[in-house]
Design a protein around this ligand. Structure first.
Ligand code: ZN
Length: 247
């Protein structure tokens, strides 16, 4: 949204008079996966989102890896090309500036595959109908994603990689470039790592946010701090029967 240094949590808390947890959207998805998805069976997994941005949530031994300031997993800003396109972060040639939705649309317009006013859905429709230039844009993006994710698999050693996000609607075209690039870039002992691509609905972001709240009773490391305590108190309060319209 182009917001910087906005004290979102404290502002919302004041306006709503509710405890507020603030988390990176992909980390929230990883927590939802841990509670309800593939992550129920795995303590070490990687959630990767493709779409407007490229992001990762990294579950390591059952805990989201947040880093020093909560900024871990910003794989969209891995530097790829030193003189590449301008990225939203201000740098040039980040992964996201090459394979994010805006980049794919820009290239498709430049190559005349879609009209100047058309967007990613028009590009997907073109690819679905067999336009070779359109499918090539997705498979080239998949190739670069595959090589980059191989590096992250080598760094974190997850049991499984879960691909999510609005971009997965075109995954069959991405996978054309992704699979060979990913497998051939992995060292032999990691080459069999599983990749799951899940059907995406935009509600998934909201489910991630809800999972963040529902995970607080299990927040043994107290990552949610004081707000986590307030959430837990509220969950207990709501669980006990009380008179009124909500009982
Ligand atoms: Zn960037």
């Amino acid at each position: 949204m182009g917001w910087h240094q906005v004290p979102l949590g404290s502002t919302l808390q004041r306006e709503l008079n509710l405890p507020v947890l603030v988390e990176n959207n992909v980390n929230a998805l990883a927590i939802a996966e841990r509670l309800y998805g593939v992550g129920r069976l795995h303590e070490n997994f990687l959630v990767v989102t493709i779409g407007t941005g490229i992001g990762a949530g990294m579950m390591v031994d059952g805990v989201v890896l947040r880093g020093w300031g909560g900024g871990a997993g910003e794989i969209g800003h891995i530097p790829i090309e030193s003189d590449g396109p301008l990225c939203t972060c201000g740098n040039h040639g980040c992964l996201e500036s090459i394979i994010g939705e805006a980049a794919l649309v820009r290239v498709a317009r430049e190559r005349g595959i879609i009209g100047e006013q058309s967007g990613i859905s028009a590009l997907r429709v073109a690819a679905d109908s067999g336009n070779a230039e359109a499918t090539r844009i997705f498979s080239e993006a998949g190739h670069l994603l595959g090589r980059t994710l191989a590096g992250i698999v080598h760094t974190l050693d997850p049991e499984i990689v879960i691909v999510l996000g609005e971009g997965t609607a075109a995954w069959k075209h991405w996978s054309f470039g992704f699979e060979p690039a990913f497998r051939s870039s992995l060292i032999p002992s990691r080459r069999g790592v599983a990749v799951a691509v899940e059907t995406w609905q935009d509600e998934s972001w909201a489910q991630g946010a809800a999972a963040l709240v529902l995970a607080t009773p299990f927040d043994a490391e107290d990552m949610a701090g004081d707000q986590g305590r307030l959430v837990r108190e509220r969950l207990v309060e709501q669980a006990s029967p009380q008179p009124g319209p909500h009982s």
